[in-house]
Design a protein around this ligand. Structure first.
Ligand code: PTJ
Length: 249
C-alpha cells in the first residue's frame, strides 16, 4: 500500500482512499466522488467504522430481496467501480442480476472505462453503455435519467450503492423496489429506499455476497419471511440512535 505502513492506526481507511484516488487517475471516479467519499467517511467514523447489527439486518433483507426479484439490477457508478468491482460481479452471479453503469456526472468515456473495469473482473455483460438500448426517465433531474431499457428500465429491484435521493424517489414512483447502501442514514435515499444498508460499501458488498450465497441455498418461504419481518424505518431510527449514543459518549 503506497507510502502508508500497514501498521498505521488508520491504515485501512487510508488504503481505501488510495484505491479511490487510483480510480480517479484511471478515469473511473469524478472529483466529486472523492468529496462524496469524505462525507461517507465522517458518518463511518461515528458508526465506529464497523458493520452494525442494524446494517447486518438490512443486508440480510437486501440479499433476500435480490434473490426473490425477477429482474434485479445492480447500478454502478465511479466510486463503486473503483472500490468493489470484483464483489459487484460476484453478487451479480449469485443473485442472477444484471449490472448497469449509471452515472450522476454522465460521460461516455467514463462509462466505457467503468464497463471495462467490470469486465476485467469477470462481468460477462455490462449494460448502460449502448445508445440503442438507452431510454430516459423524465422524473430524474440529472444525467442519471439515462437508463438501459434492458436493465434498470425492466428491473423490479434495483440496488443503488452511493446514490442521490432524486433517482431513488423516481425509481420508487416507477414501481420499483430500491435497495440503497449509504452511510448517511438521514439522506433522502436512505429514507426513501425499501431497504437501506447504512454501511461502508467496502464492508457492505462482501457481506451482501456472503448472505446472498447462504440464503440462495434455503427456501423462498424463508426469503419472504426475512423481507416481511424487516422494517426499514425502524432500522434507520435504531441506527440513528446508535450514532447519537456514540456521540454522547
Ligand atoms: O460516478 P458518478 O458520476 O455517478 O458520481 C458518484 C457520486 C458519489 C459523486 C454521486 O453519486 C454523488 O454526488 O453522490 P452524493 O449525492 O454525494 O451521495 C453520496 C452518498 O454516499 C452520501 O450520502 C455519502 O455519505 C455516501 N457515501 C460516500 N462514500 C460511501 C458512502 N456510503 C457508503 N460507503 C461509502 N464508501
Amino acid at each position: 500500500m503506497g507510502k502508508v505502513s500497514p501498521r498505521h492506526p488508520r491504515a485501512e481507511s487510508l488504503r481505501v482512499r488510495e484505491q479511490l484516488v487510483e480510480g480517479f487517475k484511471a478515469g473511473l471516479v469524478v472529483p466529486e466522488g472523492l468529496a462524496a467519499h469524505g462525507r461517507g467517511e465522517a458518518f463511518d467514523y461515528i458508526l465506529g467504522e464497523q458493520t452494525t447489527k442494524q446494517a447486518r439486518r438490512a443486508t440480510e433483507a437486501a440479499a433476500a430481496m435480490l434473490l426473490l426479484a425477477k429482474h434485479p439490477v445492480i447500478s454502478v457508478n465511479g466510486n463503486i467501480a473503483a472500490l468493489v468491482p470484483a464483489k459487484i460481479v460476484e453478487l451479480a452471479k449469485v443473485a442472477n442480476a444484471k449490472i448497469e453503469v449509471n452515472l450522476f456526472h454522465g460521460s461516455a468515456r467514463r462509462e466505457a472505462a467503468i464497463a471495462k473495469r467490470l469486465r476485467r473482473h469477470g462481468a460477462k455483460e455490462v449494460l448502460g453503455t449502448e445508445r440503442k438500448f438507452s431510454t430516459r426517465i423524465k422524473e430524474v433531474h440529472s444525467d442519471r435519467r439515462k437508463i438501459d431499457r434492458m436493465g434498470i428500465g425492466a428491473a423490479d429491484v434495483v440496488l443503488v450503492p452511493l446514490e442521490d435521493g432524486d433517482r431513488t424517489e423516481a425509481l420508487k414512483r416507477l414501481g420499483k423496489r430500491v435497495i440503497a447502501i449509504d452511510l448517511n442514514p438521514m439522506s433522502r435515499t436512505a429514507r426513501k429506499a425499501d431497504v437501506t444498508m447504512v454501511d461502508n460499501i467496502v464492508r457492505a458488498l462482501p457481506l451482501l455476497v456472503k448472505r446472498a450465497k447462504r440464503l440462495s441455498r434455503g427456501s423462498k418461504t424463508n426469503l419472504r419471511e426475512i423481507i416481511r419481518s424487516f422494517d426499514n424505518k425502524a432500522n434507520l431510527r435504531a441506527t440513528f440512535r446508535l450514532m447519537l449514543n456514540r456521540l454522547k459518549k
